[in-house]
Design a protein around this ligand. Structure first.
Ligand code: SF4
Ligand code: SF4
Length: 153
């Protein structure tokens, strides 16, 4: 009996892996049923962790994809063909309290409201749960107090 037949008889299924991605949608692509197509065409489950997409505007979505590794590769290629930009190594945004002077500049570029300047206290507030890891705030800080800490592979 060949190895393939043994695998088929024993009900072997390729190992499912997880990948976390940040998807940047151009305006033309925001109406696409991305998670539906991933499920139907690639048998991939997409868990949306954070999303910031408005009708007729560009948007960002952080997703955790689960599926066969070859299908994940094919799905990523397909997503890029649809015009989406993919960040394959998302991490976390950290604010260095030793460097930050609470000038509030970064809050003006944050699309999700994760960075907010609190006027009464004159302090910067960072709500990590709202962060899309879009990285738009990184170049805005004149003191380089904002960093993207990448996840370990
Ligand atoms: S990466 Fe920066 S600009 Fe983007 S959502 Fe997070 S805090 Fe806001
Ligand atoms: S731009 Fe930099 S220094 Fe200013 S509030 Fe944001 S993190 Fe702090």
């Amino acid at each position: 009996m060949t190895a393939w037949r043994v695998l088929l008889i024993s009900g072997y299924r390729p190992e499912s892996v997880k990948r976390r991605l940040t998807l940047h949608f151009p305006r033309e692509a925001v109406h696409q049923p991305i998670t539906y197509r991933l499920a139907v065409d690639f048998d991939i489950a997409a868990k949306i962790l954070r999303a910031q997409i408005a009708p007729n505007q560009s948007g960002t979505m952080v997703v955790e994809l689960s599926g066969d590794i070859d299908e994940l590769d094919a799905a990523e290629l397909w997503l890029e063909q649809q015009g989406l930009a993919l960040n394959r190594a998302p991490g976390e945004i950290r604010i260095d309290p030793e460097r930050c002077v609470d000038c509030g500049i970064c809050s003006s570029v944050c699309p999700s409201g994760a960075l907010r300047f609190d006027r009464p206290s004159q302090r910067l507030q960072f709500a990590a749960a709202r962060c899309l890891v879009c990285e738009q705030c990184l170049p805005s800080c004149p003191l380089e107090a904002i960093a993207l800490v990448l996840e370990q592979p």
